[in-house]
Design a protein around this ligand. Structure first.
Ligand SMILES: CC(=O)N[C@H]1[C@@H](OP(=O)(O)OP(=O)(O)OC[C@H]2O[C@@H](n3ccc(=O)[nH]c3=O)[C@H](O)[C@@H]2O)O[C@H](CO)[C@@H](O)[C@@H]1O[C@H](C)C(=O)N[C@@H](C)C(=O)N[C@H](CCC(=O)O)C(=O)O
Ligand SMILES: Nc1ncnc2c1ncn2[C@@H]1O[C@H](COP(=O)(O)OP(=O)(O)OP(=O)(O)O)[C@@H](O)[C@H]1O
Ligand SMILES: N[C@H](CCC[C@H](N)C(=O)O)C(=O)O
Ligand SMILES: [Mg+2]
Length: 487
């Protein structure tokens, strides 16, 4: 087991009280997980301050405590490391504890409001098809080749993250593709990792409950690019006006992709239908199973990254044309009466608008669009009225319902959504708190050949109400309702 001194190599402590020559048996930032010989990190969180739990961790036998403020009573057998930022120290120390696994992989991170899961999933599938051993960290699941490890966050905390990367190294992986959320950047979950490349998809309204302002949210995403080394590549979507901000202070080699403007990697949409996308990528025609303009961006980002990682462009396009999307992203079923039920993870205004715009492009004039949508509790409340308004603008009927209410009152969330509905749209809007009932209502309203969009939960197989997760799968419920109603 490593010595504390070895773990501190990249940390510049303000001071150390006690011996650095102690063996560290494990790392934790939660006093409830603390055990003999571990190092405990006192982190200031949203709900609590980890500094209040230092004594608890010491009682459990921790050998070291890493904190921003020393406790008044110091226990002689324990080494106290005072640092400027405990989360930052935890990033460096977790990487060192697990033997710097990121250095032994080609690690590529994807950041942006939408498209991260889609891009890392496509990259994972592509590099597997190209014959590599590949890891993936995503919202839907983590993977080491085909072995699935359940995910709790989009980006795991620094300790779990480095542990997962170490398992990938042990399994012989040469690549890992991971999502990098803005929370992760602010909380230093990726500090201490060496990235071979970084991709920026886009930035639109989300998570303002956490970052407070859009400028702060942009600043969080930019941190990813600021910290890249000169050996890494930074690949950004030039059609997003914030892409130049991302590159402003990066040392990495910079590249762009775009559909609308000049870029290093260019694509053009030749056809966009429910069957897929016909694209021209760098002058070559390719047909892909993914649907919608936004997926042309995702495919192009993946193509560009594969190119920058040294893969043959023609081979990459051949494989890309055979791949399907991540679970719950524009997934669809067709009923016996030809009603198309689309299940999509759109949980931001931009994603909802993109999905509905795609539906508008592929629908026939006689098809009605019925949208079922809700907004999550304990998340950005400002997006609620906007999402309801977008649903109304693009749909013939809208059923506002619950997403994951978490610890909020579902009716209160719905009231906030309803506030965004224009008076002229009220007659096409229904509010049904129970999500299953809402899906059923959409199925009852649907005529043969119509389109039902169930947005917000995508791949999720649960509904989180007051901290209790009960089974809930939009796709299964939709299929059941089609059956029950004989549609
Ligand atoms: C807002 C946010 O990011 N919260 C994360 C944060 O929790 P927190 O700040 O609330 O922690 P806290 O409860 O205040 O506790 C502070 C510290 O005291 C410690 N503590 C607390 C109690 C105790 O008895 N003993 C103890 O030691 C805690 O372990 C913690 O270190 O740190 C925790 C540990 O890493 C995370 O699990 C938690 O994620 C919560 C569950 C969460 O919902 N996060 C979401 C918002 C999130 O991170 N999402 C992003 C992006 C999503 C996307 O768009 O894709 C993601 O990457 O998943
Ligand atoms: N490039 C894109 N631009 C805009 N919208 C997109 C893009 N890709 C996907 N979407 C929409 O956003 C939804 C979420 O996509 P995805 O899961 O890939 O994003 P994400 O960035 O991983 O989201 P999260 O923040 O929850 O991790 C999709 O269901 C789709 O509606
Ligand atoms: N990664 C996002 C997912 C939101 C998904 C939506 N179904 C919700 O629960 O709000 C978040 O944690 O904010
Ligand atoms: Mg994701």
């Amino acid at each position: 087991m490593p010595l504390l001194s070895a773990l501190l190599a990249e940390v510049k402590p303000i001071g150390v009280v006690g011996s650095e020559a102690v063996e560290v048996l494990g790392l934790t930032f939660d006093s409830r997980q603390a055990a003999v010989g571990m190092a405990f990190f006192a982190i200031r969180g949203v709900q609590a301050d980890g500094h209040a739990y230092m004594a608890k961790a010491v009682e459990a036998g921790t050998a070291a405590v890493v904190c921003e403020q020393l406790p008044e009573i110091l226990v002689p057998e324990v080494t106290y490391v005072q640092v400027r930022d405990s989360s930052e120290a935890m990033g460096y120390m977790a990487a060192a504890f697990y033997g710097h696994p990121a250095k032994q992989l080609k690690l590529v991170g994807v950041t942006g409001t939408n498209g991260k899961t889609t891009c890392v999933t496509l990259l994972h599938k592509l590099f597997r098809e190209l014959g590599y051993q590949v890891g993936m960290l995503s919202t839907v699941q983590n993977q080491i080749n085909e072995t699935v490890i359940p995910a709790t966050h989009t980006t795991p905390d620094a300790i779990n993250l480095n542990s997962l990367l170490a398992q990938m190294v042990k399994a012989g992986c040469s690549y890992c593709f991971m999502e990098v959320s803005s929370h992760a950047l602010v909380q230093h979950r990726v500090t201490g990792l060496q990235f071979a490349g970084a991709i920026f998809t886009n930035i639109t309204h989300d998570h303002l409950d956490y970052h407070k302002t859009f400028e702060e949210y942009i600043r969080a995403k930019k941190l990813f690019f600021d910290n890249l080394t000169k050996n890494a590549f930074a690949l950004v979507n030039a059609d997003d006006k914030r892409s130049s901000v991302m590159l402003q202070n990066t040392k990495a080699k910079t590249y762009t992709y775009a559909l609308r403007t000049f870029a290093d990697f260019k694509a053009r949409i030749l056809d966009n239908s429910i069957q897929g996308l016909q694209l021209e990528v760098d002058g070559k025609e390719v047909w892909c199973k993914l649907i919608g303009t936004f997926n042309a961006y995702n495919l192009l980002a993946v193509y560009g990254a594969a190119h920058l990682l040294g893969e043959d462009p023609d081979e990459v396009l051949t494989v890309l044309s055979s791949l399907s999307s991540a679970a719950g992203r524009f997934d669809y079923i067709v009923s016996d009466t030809q009603i198309t039920g689309i299940i999509d993870y759109a949980h931001t205004p931009d994603a909802l608008q993109n999905v509905l715009n795609t539906i508008r492009q592929i629908r026939r004039p006689e098809q009605q669009v019925i949208t079922v949508v809700g907004c999550g509790g304990n998340r950005d409340a400002a997006k609620r009225p906007i999402m309801a308004d977008i649903a109304c603008q693009y749909s013939d009927r809208v059923i506002l319902t619950s997403d994951n209410p978490r610890f909020e009152d579902p009716q209160e969330i719905l009231n906030q959504m309803q506030a965004g509905v224009k008076p002229t749209d009220l007659k096409k809007t229904l509010t049904v708190v129970d999500r299953k009932e809402a899906i059923k209502t959409a199925c009852v309203l649907a005529q043969n050949q119509d389109i039902i969009l169930v947005a917000g939960k995508g791949h999720e197989t649960y509904q989180d109400i007051k901290g209790v997760k009960t089974d809930f799968d939009d796709k299964k419920i939709l299929a059941q309702q089609f059956q029950v109603l004989g549609k």
